[in-house]
Design a protein around this ligand. Structure first.
Ligand code: AMP
Length: 555
C-alpha cells in the first residue's frame, strides 16, 4: 500500500518559489564585478528567473541541454542557477581558475550550448571562443548594455547582453513539473588525476542536500541570518548555500570577485553578515586584515571552514580575539558537497577551551544522508576507535554514483560505496578526522593541482630523468607543490630552466614553489614512486625555508 501523502516532486524551482512567497522581502545583496552594490529580494530573483527562462527558450535551450557559467557569486549567477535547473536544463558551473585548455575540454565534454560569462572573464572567453564553437552557439555577458565588452566571435556563435535580453522578456513562464531524479547541475572536479570529471546532480539530490545542511547540527540557516558565501558558486554549488539559504529564508550577501580580507570585512560589516563559509586561505587573509587594521566584525557569529584542513590558529584567533565560532566541515564535489560537520554531541559538553579547540580540528560527524566507513588495504572495515586509519568511503542519496558520460554505478565498489581518496580515523562518537590523502594531488588555496601533470611536464626537460611532485605545507595556501627532479646520467639540472618548461602549459599558480635536484628518488618493489616517503620527508620543506617565493592567489 502506498502512503496517502501528496506526491509533490522535490524540484529546485520549489526552493525559489518558496522563498519568493514566504520570504519575498528578504534581501539578496551582490557586489557586482563592476564594483557597485546590487540589492533586491527573493521575490525579484524568482520573477527575473522566470523572465530568464523565456530568454533561454528564445535561444533554443531545451530540457537537459547544458548551460554553462563562468562567473563569480552574484545575483545574475543566482538567477541562472534557478532558471536553468528550473526549466529542466542542466546548470554547468565552470571553474574559471582552470587553465584555458581544461576549460575548453570541459565545455566540449559537457557539450554546453550557451555560456554565461562575467565581464571580468571577457579576455578568457575571447581566447577560447574559437575552440568551443563546436557546441556553444551563444555567449551571454552578464552585464548591462553600457558595459558590454567587444569580443570577436567565431562564425555561428553570438555575443549577447544579459540585461538586453531580459529587457525584452516576458514574466509569464510557469515552472514545469518533472521527475525529481532528473539531472539539474553539473560540476567538474579535478580532484583525481587525469582529465577533469563531471559530477551530475539531480533535483532530488540537491534538495536532500539542502535539507541536510540546514539542520541545526550543520550550517543550519535561520530566516534571521545574513549569509555570505565566500566559497564560489563555481565550486560545487558554493557548498549548497544558494539552495539552502532560500530554503530557510536567510538573506544572501554575494561578494563578487574581491575575496581579500579587506573587501570581505567591509562587506560583512556593511551588510550585517551573521554567517560565512570559505576555505582556510580566505580566513587567514581575513584574520591578517583584522589584526593589521584593528577592524572588528560587528555581526558575524560564526564562520564555516572546509575544503582543506583547518589550521589551529584560525579557531583560536577567531574564537578568542573576535568572539567568532569557527565551524569545521568536510566534503567533496562528489558529495554535493558537504559530508560531515563538526558540531558537538553531549560528550563534548564538558570540554575545556583547549580540548574544544582541539576537537574542532576533526572534520566532523556524518550529516543525515551520508553514511561513512574506513577500510584497510584488504577492504575490511576498521573500528571507530579514533586511532586506526583507513580509506574513507561514503554512500547516500546525495553521493555520486558515476561521472558524467559514464554508466550509473561505475564510480562505486561492489557494495555501493564511493572511495573518497581521503584517509581518516573515526572516533567512538562518530567524529571523522582526515589523516592523509591517497589521491595524488595538491590542494592550494582550496584549488586542486595535479602532481602527475606537473611530473609529466618536468620530464619533458632534456636533463630530467625522473620527477616527483609532493605537497608541502604552506602558511597561506595550505599546500604548495615542491618538485623533485633527478638528472639523466652525466647531466646537471638548472632548476630555473625546469620552471621554464611549464610556460603556457599550466595555470601560473600551479608552478612549483621549489625545484630540488636529487640524486635519486625512492621506488616501491613494483617500481612506482614511493610518494608516501617523499610526502613525509618534504611536508615541512616550505615552512623551513623563510622567504620562499609564494605564488599569486588563484584567480
Ligand atoms: P573538492 O571536490 O574540490 O571539494 O575537494 C574535496 C577534497 O578536499 C576532499 O576529498 C579532501 O581531500 C579535501 N577536503 C575537503 N574538506 C576538507 C577538510 N575539512 N579537511 C581536510 N581536507 C578537506
Amino acid at each position: 500500500m502506498l502512503g496517502l501523502m501528496q506526491p509533490k516532486k522535490l524540484l529546485i524551482s520549489s526552493l525559489i518559489t518558496h522563498a519568493a512567497r514566504h520570504h519575498g522581502t528578504t534581501e539578496v545583496v551582490s557586489k557586482t564585478v563592476e564594483g557597485s552594490v546590487h540589492r533586491y529580494t527573493y521575490a525579484d530573483v524568482e520573477r527575473r528567473s522566470r523572465q530568464l527562462a523565456r530568454v533561454l527558450l528564445g535561444l533554443g535551450v531545451k530540457a537537459q541541454d547544458r548551460v554553462a557559467t563562468l562567473a563569480w557569486n552574484g545575483h545574475r549567477h543566482l538567477e541562472i542557477y534557478y532558471t536553468v535547473s528550473g526549466m529542466e536544463a542542466i546548470c554547468h558551473t565552470i571553474n574559471p581558475r582552470l587553465h584555458p585548455d581544461d576549460i575548453t575540454y570541459i565545455i566540449d565534454h559537457a557539450q554546453d550550448c550557451v555560456v554565461f560569462v562575467d565581464t571580468s572573464f571577457a579576455p578568457l572567453i575571447a581566447e577560447i571562443a574559437p575552440r568551443i564553437a563546436g557546441s556553444v552557439r551563444a555567449v551571454v555577458m552578464m552585464t548591462e548594455p553600457a558595459l558590454m565588452p567587444d569580443i570577436p566571435m567565431p562564425a555561428g556563435m553570438r555575443l549577447l547582453c544579459y540585461e538586453d535580453l531580459m529587457a525584452g522578456a516576458d514574466e509569464d513562464y510557469a515552472w514545469p513539473e518533472f521527475d525529481e531524479n532528473t539531472a539539474s547541475g553539473l560540476c567538474y572536479t579535478s580532484g583525481t588525476t587525469g582529465r577533469p570529471k563531471g559530477v551530475l546532480y539531480s533535483h532530488r539530490s540537491t534538495l536532500l542536500h539542502a535539507f541536510a545542511v540546514n539542520m541545526a547540527g550543520a550550517l543550519g540557516f535561520k530566516a534571521t541570518d545574513r549569509i555570505l558565501p565566500v566559497v564560489p558558486m563555481f565550486h560545487v554549488n558554493a557548498w549548497g548555500i544558494p539552495h539552502a539559504a532560500p530554503m530557510a529564508g536567510a538573506a544572501l550577501v554575494m561578494p563578487g570577485r574581491h575575496l581579500d580580507g579587506k573587501s570581505l570585512a567591509e562587506l560583512m560589516n556593511q551588510e550585517r553578515v551573521t554567517m560565512s563559509a570559505g576555505v582556510p586561505t580566505v580566513w587567514m587573509g581575513l584574520l591578517q586584515h583584522l589584526r593589521a587594521s584593528g577592524e572588528r566584525l560587528a555581526t558575524v557569529e560564526r564562520i564555516m571552514t572546509g575544503g582543506s584542513a583547518c589550521p589551529p590558529l584560525l579557531i583560536e584567533a577567531f574564537g578568542d580575539e573576535y568572539g567568532i565560532e569557527v565551524q569545521h566541515g568536510w566534503g567533496m564535489t562528489e558529495l554535493s558537497p558537504v559530508g560531515t560537520y563538526n558540531s558537538p554531541k553531549p560528550a563534548q559538553a564538558g570540554l575545556t577551551r583547549e580540548q574544544r579547540y582541539q576537537h574542532t580540528l576533526k572534520q566532523g560527524r556524518a550529516l543525515y544522508g551520508v553514511d561513512m566507513k574506513i577500510v584497510n588495504d584488504a577492504g575490511e572495515e576498521l573500528p571507530w576507535d579514533g586511532v586506526q586509519f583507513g580509506d574513507l568511503k561514503v554512500r547516500g542519496p546525495f553521493v555520486a554514483s558515476a561521472y558524467f558520460g559514464e554508466p550509473a554505478g561505475s564510480a562505486l565498489d561492489a557494495e555501493g560505496w564511493f572511495a573518497t581518496g581521503d584517509v581518516a580515523t573515526i572516533d567512538p562518537d562518530g567524529f571523522m578526522e582526515i589523516t592523509d590523502r591517497s589521491k595524488d594531488v595538491i590542494k592550494s588555496g582550496g584549488e586542486w593541482i595535479s602532481s602527475i601533470t606537473l611530473e609529466n611536464i618536468a620530464v619533458s626537460h632534456p636533463d630530467v630523468a625522473e620527477a616527483a611532485v609532493v605537497a608541502a605545507l604552506h602558511p597561506k595556501w595550505d599546500e604548495r607543490p615542491v618538485l623533485l627532479v633527478m638528472p639523466k646520467p652525466g647531466r646537471t639540472i638548472d632548476p630555473a630552466s625546469v620552471l621554464e618548461v611549464y610556460e603556457g602549459k599550466v595555470a601560473k599558480w600551479w608552478l612549483p614553489d621549489a625545484v630540488l635536484v636529487v640524486d635519486e628518488l625512492p621506488h616501491t618493489a613494483t617500481g612506482k614512486l614511493q610518494k608516501t616517503t617523499l610526502r613525509t620527508k618534504y611536508r615541512h620543506y616550505l615552512d623551513q625555508q623563510p622567504g620562499q617565493q609564494t605564488v599569486p592567489a588563484p584567480g
